[in-house]
Design a protein around this ligand. Sequence first.
Ligand code: 5GP
Ligand code: MG
Ligand code: MG
Length: 181
Amino acid sequence: MLINDIEKVLITREQIKTRCEELGKELKDKFEGKTPLVVGVLKGAVPFMADIIREMDSHVEIDFMDVSSYGNATVSSGEVKIVKDLDTNVAGRDMLIVEDIIDSGRTLAYLVDLFKYRKANSITIVTLLDKPEGRVVDIEADYVGFDVPNEFVVGYGLDYCERYRNLPYVGVLKPEIYESN
Ligand code: 5GP
Ligand code: MG
Ligand code: MG
């Protein structure tokens, strides 16, 4: 069982559910009368995006972008590159970027610059998790699910070596999981 690999649960599935309902309502109001283009940043944002758009109860379009800065390590390389681009033309669109976590802020800063360059009408950011202590670039999300301490977390989309994304909660792995790699 996956729970055996977890040192501690930081955010329970019930807390996530309640927060998604709250954020969904706020975002519905924010985009009143508009059809936002909701962009999920692969792969970590997938569970959060799926939950949040179903709480918005108004028209949205969705697309995905995959950018990489971390590889398979727990420390950022500082570089951002596009692995998969959008299918949608963003010019004139009201965009909602959905992220799993903001750490250094590099990924998000890169995406915001890119979508501004592509002439998006507006850019709103929602992130499940925020790690304010990790920030290197001066950028903030408009909507934050939860703040987390400066620890490597997994679950509800977030991976360690591509695993643990399917945990329905957010937690910290036992140290021996890293040691065995
Ligand atoms: P940033 O560009 O803000 O430094 O990092 C953003 C990306 O790094 C996130 O979308 C996520 O993929 C990864 N990341 C940052 N912190 C963590 C963490 O604690 N756990 C996991 N699994 N990924 C993280
Ligand atoms: Mg991400
Ligand atoms: Mg990752």
